[in-house]
Design a protein around this ligand. Sequence first.
Ligand SMILES: [Zn+2]
Length: 55
Amino acid sequence: MKLKIKSLCGLKKVHMKEHFDEIQSLVARPKYVCGKCARVASCGSHLCKARKLQA
Ligand SMILES: [Zn+2]
């Protein structure tokens, strides 16, 4: 899958709407949380300060 979104952290509402399906797949099974913005993602590269989620 080719990703258009670089980082979930800097995402704006307008992008949220536009890329919702993509975002959904990125956050559906989160493995990482951003230590700065509290966003989650399945891949750490989409967060500005990725930390592994302790489940
Ligand atoms: Zn962040």
